[in-house]
Design a protein around this ligand. Structure first.
Ligand SMILES: *[C@@H]1O[C@H](CO)[C@@H](O)[C@H](O)[C@H]1NC(C)=O
Ligand SMILES: *[C@@H]1O[C@H](CO)[C@@H](O)[C@H](O)[C@H]1NC(C)=O
Ligand SMILES: *[C@@H]1O[C@H](CO)[C@@H](O)[C@H](O)[C@H]1NC(C)=O
Ligand SMILES: *[C@@H]1O[C@H](CO)[C@@H](O)[C@H](O)[C@H]1NC(C)=O
Ligand SMILES: *[C@@H]1O[C@H](CO)[C@@H](O)[C@H](O)[C@H]1NC(C)=O
Ligand SMILES: *[C@@H]1O[C@H](CO)[C@@H](O)[C@H](O)[C@H]1NC(C)=O
Length: 652
């Protein structure tokens, strides 16, 4: 009344705002829960990584998550995605994190933010930029001053950007994770965690809830938790939920129960079976978690795609494929699955599900067969692929010494003596990181592979040109060996001699493709026919195009590219690097091609770099665009494969 008498609408609004109070989000240690604006609050969240989904699809995926009954999402921020070289930040297009957060807010989803700096995530080097390795003996994820200096600079850029998005400031972010599963890392450096904790506080303020996440066992929580950071756990379906939360209770006797990563599926590796976690198991464990009143984040709710070169690897070296489908409730392409509806049915017991239609699965289109023609080999195109020109040195240099993070480097030297008999070319210290395509005088002679093939035989005359094209297949993202240097990281030997006198070409293949610098082979450039080992060719580019048909509504639509009988390589569609293919090893056979990179206005260009042998000599130099993915065709199964299954296995 008094306010109305004064007649000031402004004061009235102020009064209303004050009576509602400003937004708050906090931990209640008395009643073991979160409180949002003073009210008891429990989140049911799902993981979505914006870096694995084209921007145009963010809204569709978030809406589907909202319609499943989630009230929050969780996302990682990959540092190396936003700062590919020191001080050069990228936050636009598919990297527009602020837009992503705003969309979540507009849809009605809260956000659990995981800014790292280390994120694991089956992402190259766990999100750490490869340029940190410029200091060769850097101890990542520790108080190493060079590491800390880089982290502080990055956080000084990132966290002030995030501050307006905090719940207290009217945004969607309710909690912020510090580091990631730090208790699983050997360093156990509390000063590092303390430093991060201070950094986060100084940028974000005292009100924000900061937390840590570790495997659900006392051993992991020991080095992973720190006073002032709320300790949460992660564990998968099928285990003993009570026992898992007991581990959290050892670190946090009071406060909300939180499973920060409840695994809906699992990751894949090249050469392993496709991971599948049964829907019934996921539904049962989710129900148990929710029945205990616990907070949960479903990891992943949608996995998405490791486009380009972004996949990580586990140790002993086992790289992950392009697809990060994860057997999640929404597929790599955002399709609704049986698991989606089962999870939604469980959530219904605990929360009102929003009314209204669920956005449908986006239609897929089979554009059919596209014939490719052969372009140049990598060595033919060298002058157009090597933007920075060759570097010479006595002994081989690594990718980072050559200022290259991803892709391929060509190492060239000459045979120092006649090898008339087969002579072993070897990497005695297992220093081919990660796979090398070897040729002598323009003839492919073999493949070296980290941990698997350390020696091949070569023949040739003294002075013959030895080319070793080395592929970086993704940096280790978990454990002790994340300082994963690429290229030839130790000396090569021929017989008993150490090879020296190298010329190295950093290859800017992505740039060369987008600038249209590749041309067709001229017959004179073909090497003379010499006997070659079982169907192996020089690494070679192929290209073709297809037109999207007229008169069919709603094209372009998403599709999947399949490369029948192609062996291993990389694919670009309209110069967008859609990822690696390796159907000869599996389990992934098709690559997701989102509609947004296709065009109806011009022919769509398909460029393939085949590293081993294209099926063209046998006539079918073609690829296919089909309407359904194949992610589970394991051709070669490696039983000793890498297991980062601590939390799932421990509890199964
Ligand atoms: C689960 O763990 C709890 C606590 O450790 C234990 O009391 C219970 O017997 C376990 N349940 C099963 C089915 O093993
Ligand atoms: C290389 O050739 C030698 C002699 O022919 C043979 O004994 C050896 O097994 C070969 N090594 C490889 C790796 O092929
Ligand atoms: C290669 O061998 C030389 C001579 O033994 C040595 O000085 C150099 O450090 C080695 N380089 C690498 C990368 O191992
Ligand atoms: C490099 O690209 C230019 C422009 O397309 C072309 O004229 C030239 O022949 C290319 N060089 C090689 C070695 O392919
Ligand atoms: C495909 O390449 C041709 C020839 O370079 C170009 O004209 C066309 O625009 C490209 N298509 C797309 C969709 O970029
Ligand atoms: C692969 O997945 C498809 C579709 O889910 C299924 O029909 C097929 O049986 C699976 N194949 C293998 C080898 O598991």
């Amino acid at each position: 009344m008094y306010l109305l008498k004064v007649g000031s609408v402004f004061l009235l609004l102020l009064a209303i705002k004050h009576s509602l109070g400003s937004p708050t989000f906090s931990i209640d240690y008395k009643t073991d829960c979160f409180r949002k604006d003073g009210e008891v609050f429990r989140y049911i969240s799902g993981s979505i990584h914006y870096s694995r989904i084209p921007r145009v699809y963010w809204k569709d995926r978030l809406l589907k998550m909202y319609m499943a009954g989630l009230n929050a999402i969780q996302t990682y921020i990959p540092w190396n995605y936003h700062e590919e070289s020191p001080g050069r930040y990228s936050f636009s297009g598919d990297r527009d994190l602020e837009h992503f957060l705003q969309l979540a807010k507009d849809i009605g989803l809260l956000v659990i933010l995981r800014p790292g700096p280390y994120i694991c995530a089956e992402w190259d080097m766990g999100g750490l930029p490869a340029w940190l390795l410029k200091k060769e003996d850097i101890i990542l994820r520790s108080s190493d001053p060079d590491y800390i200096a880089a982290v502080d600079k990055w956080m000084g850029k990132l966290l002030p950007m995030m501050k307006p998005f905090l719940y207290q400031n009217g945004g969607p972010i309710i909690t912020v994770q510090v580091e990631n599963e730090y208790g699983s890392y050997f360093a156990c450096d509390y000063n590092y965690l303390r430093h991060l904790s201070k950094q986060f506080r100084s940028h974000l303020g005292d009100d924000v809830v900061l937390f840590t996440t570790d495997g659900a066992a006392v051993g992991y929580l020991k080095c992973g938790s720190l006073q002032g950071l709320y300790a949460t756990v992660d564990f998968g379906a099928g285990g003993n939920v009570t026992a898992a939360f007991d581990a959290q209770r050892q670190a946090e006797p009071h406060g909300p129960l939180v499973n920060s990563e409840f695994y809906t599926g699992w990751l894949d590796h090249w050469g392993s079976h496709h991971s599948v976690v049964p829907t019934a198991l996921v539904a049962k464990s989710l129900n148990e978690i929710l029945a205990m009143g616990a907070n949960v984040n479903l990891y992943m709710f949608i996995g998405g795609t490791n486009f380009g070169y972004w996949n990580g690897a586990n140790s002993p070296y086992g790289p992950q494929p392009t697809s990060y489908d994860y057997d999640a409730p929404l597929t790599e392409a955002g399709d609704l699955t049986e698991k989606y509806f089962a999870i939604r049915d469980v959530i219904k017991f605990y929360r009102k599900i929003p009314d209204g239609p669920i956005p449908p699965t986006t239609p897929k289109y089979a554009y059919g067969t596209v014939v490719l023609k052969k372009l140049q080999t990598v060595s033919d195109a060298l002058e157009n692929l090597s933007f920075s020109g060759p570097v010479t040195s006595m002994y081989p240099q690594t990718f980072i010494e050559l200022n290259q993070a991803f892709g391929f480097v060509l190492y060239r030297t000459a045979l120092p003596f006649d090898c008339s008999k087969p002579t072993p070319l070897s990497s005695p210290l297992n220093g081919v990181h990660d796979r090398a395509y070897v040729s002598v005088d323009g003839v492919a002679v073999g493949i070296l592979e980290r941990n698997k093939v350390l020696t091949i035989n070569v023949t040739g005359k003294a002075g013959s040109q030895l080319d070793i094209l080395v592929e970086n297949m993704g940096r280790i993202n978990y454990g002790k060996y994340i300082n994963d240097f690429k290229g030839l990281v130790s000396n090569m030997t021929l017989g008993t001699d150490t090879l020296c006198g190298w010329t190295m070409y950093s290859l800017s293949i992505d740039e060369a493709i987008s600038e249209g610098l590749l041309s067709e082979t001229t017959p004179t450039q073909e090497p003379q026919q010499e006997p070659q080992p079982a169907a192996l060719s020089l690494p070679t580019f192929y290209q073709g195009s297809f037109i999207i048909p007229d008169g069919i509504p709603d094209l372009p639509q998403d599709t999947y590219i399949k490369l029948p009988e192609w062996r291993k390589g990389q694919v670009w569609i309209n110069s967008i690097n859609v990822g690696r293919y390796w159907p000869s090893r599996g389990p992934q056979v098709t690559l997701f091609v989102p509609a947004n990179i296709l065009s109806t206005a011009a022919p769509n260009n398909v460029t393939v770099l085949e590293l081993e042998e294209a099926p063209c000599s046998s006539g079918s130099c073609s690829v296919e665009f089909i309407s359904a993915p194949v992610l589970n065709a394991t051709v070669q199964f490696d039983h000793k494969q890498y297991r980062r299954l601590f939390n799932k296995e421990d509890l199964l």
